[in-house]
Every structure is written in structure tokens, then in C-alpha cells.
Design a protein around this ligand. Sequence first.
Ligand code: ZN
Length: 401
Amino acid sequence: MEIQQLVRELKIKNDSKIVLLVADGLGGLPLEPGGPTELEAAKTPNLDALAKIGTLGNSIPILPGITPGSGPGHLGLFGYDPLKFLIGRGALEATGVGFNLGPKDVAVRCNFVTLDAAGNITDRRAGRIPSEESAPLAIKLREIKISGIEIFVEPVKEHRFCVIFRGEGLGGSVADTDPQKTGVPPLDPHAHNAESQKTAEIAKQFVAQAEKLLKGQPKANGLTLRGFAKAPALPSYEDVYGLKAAAIAVYPMYKGLAQLVGMDLVGKPTTLAEEIDVLAKAWNDYDFFFVHFKYTDSRGEDGNFAEKAKMIEQFDAVVPRVMALNPTVLAVTGDHSTPAKMKGHSWHAVPVLIAGQNVRTDACQSFGETECLKGGLGQFQAMYLMPLLLAHADRLGKFGA
Ligand code: ZN
């Protein structure tokens, strides 16, 4: 039996509160062999105090050696096998801006681009056009009409927007039109399979009409389409875990991921401090809280070790406010590693800390990669974190007599 089916059958409802604090890309690497990682270099008195009374370990986001995107990374943390439940970027983006994707929908992430007179791309991000300028342009694209298809256009941020095509017989498997370089025109939408042929044709018509509407725009006079995707059918947190779950995040993609598993998006925080304000305010209304912090990953991707450590310190600083709410179980982890040294995501195992009720305290004295190797949780696949949290919260019954 699959783990989710097992959990569905064993789950128990009670009044416990579970908090999952996620610092995106938390795991790191030392700059020199034997040196500290970002997490170990950061001053984290609050997390270290929790490490002393909690239990630590390492989670493997997908499988050993596999570097995940944030989508599969989070699905794993949420307890969904990331190799079984695949989510396209378009579906994530659309959900992230609050669009409720239906079964007839194909969602696409779009970039405004700058084209020269010959139709070649001169800037793949339209000069990072500010949202105030790009949003009205995205909204203007709502004028586009294609017979038999409903079209939704949603501004996202800066040069990004998303389009949802709704209609019968639309497959979600169409290649990106971004050629990944300048000096060439955007590619034509190309279907990967027969079911997606119609989608590719519609996308082509959409681009042609959009370019007419954008003609004369100084920055955003063209577009590329990426990440075509239909909505995945994910069982909900309520169904699998019996949890009423809240998601507290700043960035659209993470809100989207949470919504796809049936979490409610609460508040409209723009900073970590505001996220904790939202957490406190929603405390009585939910059983489970997912709180997402983005900047650890961003600074890791920048390759900035010191700044990533600083972001971890900011993350550490809100821990007392979370503990003041008296969660039954608190987990602190990341969705993958983003070592500054590698300037990108990596496959390395991610530090995990669980504190609260029923914890078998281990000998760990601080929260860091090396210390986590000695932790009582050992090394496990991220998709088993949720059963562990439920168990610590007395929310799982016994298997068998
Ligand atoms: Zn991530």
C-alpha cells in the first residue's frame, strides 16, 4: 500500500497544531572542505535552542543524486511522491495568482520580450519591465478572441504573465517557444503529441494576435510561452491527513503549490514578519500551517554565501514568535539545498528539525548539516516528513492489531 493511502486510513483528528517552516533552498555546502555551510556559519540561537530539545535529521527531496525544482521539492515536503504527481510550471503559475484551474484548462507561463524590427528577440525579459507597466499590457491581451476557446490572461510580476486556454480537447504537452537566446525570433508552439496539436495551434493564434496588440510598445512588443500544463489531480490535505491547512507565503509559485493540495491561502504578507503576523491571526482557524521563506534560496542562487547566511539569521529571528503560539509540533526544513557555492539547487540532503510533543531528543546541540547527520531522524525521503509530523501530533493510529 502506498504511504498516502496508509496515512489516509490511519489518520486521527485532534486539536493539535502543526507548523511547517520552510526556508527555501536551506541546505548548503562549505566554501572549502571542512568549513561551515551557510546554515552553520549563520548565528541561529533560536534554532540551536530547538535543536537541543528537538530531534534532527536529513531529508532527501526526491531520490539520492536528483536535484529538484521547488515544485517537486515542496510536493515532497507536503507528503506527495514527487515522481508520481507531476506539476507543470504553467499550472503552478496560474494557481499562484489565484486562478482556479479546471479540467479543460491548459495554463501557460508567458514572458513579455522585446523584438527588433526583424522580429528577433533583443531582450528575453522586456528590460524587466516594472509590474505597473506590464500589468495593463497583460490585461489588454484579454481582448484576444479565438473561436471555441475561452482565454484568461493574468498579470504576474514584471515581465511575467500567464494565460489559460479553456476548451475541449486541449492537451498540455507543447514545447516552450522561448529560444533561450537573443538575436533569433521566438519559436513556434510545437505539440509533443497528437492530443496537444489543437493547443499548439491556439497558442500560435494567440501569439499572432498579441503581437498586433503590442505593436509599437517600446519594451514589451512580443512574448514567449513556456511551461504549458494541465492541472494535476492531487488529493487534498483534508482528504489524506484530515488537516485543515493554511499556507502563508509571499511568492505566487508557493501559494500555487499549496493551493493545489487544498491548503487555504491566508493573508497577503509581503515580508517574513508579516507572514508570522498572519500565522498568529489564523492560529485558531487551522490545524496545519505551511510558512514559506524565499530569500535563503534567492541568495544561494546568487552565489552569495554571506547573504544567504544573513537570510538564515532573519529566518531564525522569527522562531520565538512561532514558539510563542505553542505549536504541538514544529518542523523546520527546506525544500532542497541551494548551496551558494553551486549558485543553484542541488541534490544534497536537507536539514530537518522537529520540536514539540513526543519528540525523542537526540544529542544534537545546534541546527546545521553536520549536526543533522547525528540526529535521531536519520536520513529519509522528504515525502515521509508529513507522516512523522502527524505521528508526533498523535494524529496517526496503529497499523494492524
Ligand atoms: Zn525551492
